[in-house]
Design a protein around this ligand. Structure first.
Ligand SMILES: [Mn+2]
Length: 232
């Protein structure tokens, strides 16, 4: 069995399935998905419906998943009340989010049955904000964006949702003095960090969002047991 991390799937269902095949993901393995499952790419609901069937996949929130949970909850309520029509107030609330790639998410959601919609919303409500796991000799903090407004001694539970899911992390800071603790994040596409769609490693940080939804981007997966990298 092995532990894996990937991030920022952004609706790229085909790459997600190809990656599961590449790593030969089995029921013995565990996969942590570090957020931003939805928005931008065309098949976000397909990914969520697949993840929901796999108890050995552990979802963490990204900023887009939180926006989707809030907006889709309103969509579901409005759809229930009015038989599919959205009232203007809800529509304008959703529109702000749609401008940041939310359209495929809301369209995919409205294409689901009522049961599937409520299952998707229940699933989205269960995501974690971060996870801390031991794999072999190493400990990994898994979190979508990082530790915003970092200061030494600040407890993980003291970070706000915005600091964990939105603020850009600085990969040139070693966040933990203990050299066996590593921080794995998504959110910032690695081409923005060093011009390459490849996992960026520095100061015990792994930045694993290799821009799967960009034309020249890739989906990355990090095996935590031996730090082997996989790309689609
Ligand atoms: Mn993000």
């Amino acid at each position: 069995m092995a532990f894996y991390a990937m991030s920022d799937l952004h609706g790229m269902y085909d790459k997600y399935r190809e990656m599961l095949a590449l790593i030969r993901f089995s029921e013995e393995d565990e996969l942590f998905i570090l957020g931003d499952v939805v928005d931008r790419g065309s098949k976000p609901m397909e990914i969520l419906l697949d993840m929901m069937q796999r108890p050995n996949i552990y979802p963490l929130y990204g900023n887009h998943d939180v926006m989707a949970l809030n907006a889709l909850t309103s969509v579901a309520e409005a759809a229930e009340k009015t038989g599919g029509q959205l009232d203007p107030e809800t529509a304008s609330h959703i529109f702000g989010w749609c401008k940041d790639g939310g359209m495929p998410t809301v369209e995919g959601f409205l294409g689901l049955s009522e049961t599937q919609r409520s299952d998707v919303l229940s699933y989205l409500r269960e995501f974690s904000l971060y996870e801390m796991i031991d794999v072999g000799e190493r400990t990994f903090l898994l979190v979508h964006a990082g530790l915003g407004n970092f200061r030494k001694g600040k407890k993980l539970r003291e970070y706000t949702i915005e600091e964990l899911l939105q603020d850009r992390s600085d990969p040139e800071i070693q966040y933990f003095e203990d050299d066996s603790i590593f921080v794995v994040t998504g959110h910032t596409p690695t081409p923005h960090i060093w011009g390459k769609a490849e996992i960026y490693k520095s100061h015990n940080n792994f930045c694993i969002d290799c821009a799967a939804c960009w034309e020249k981007g890739r989906l990355a997966c990090l095996r935590l047991d031996d730090l082997e990298e996989f790309y689609i």
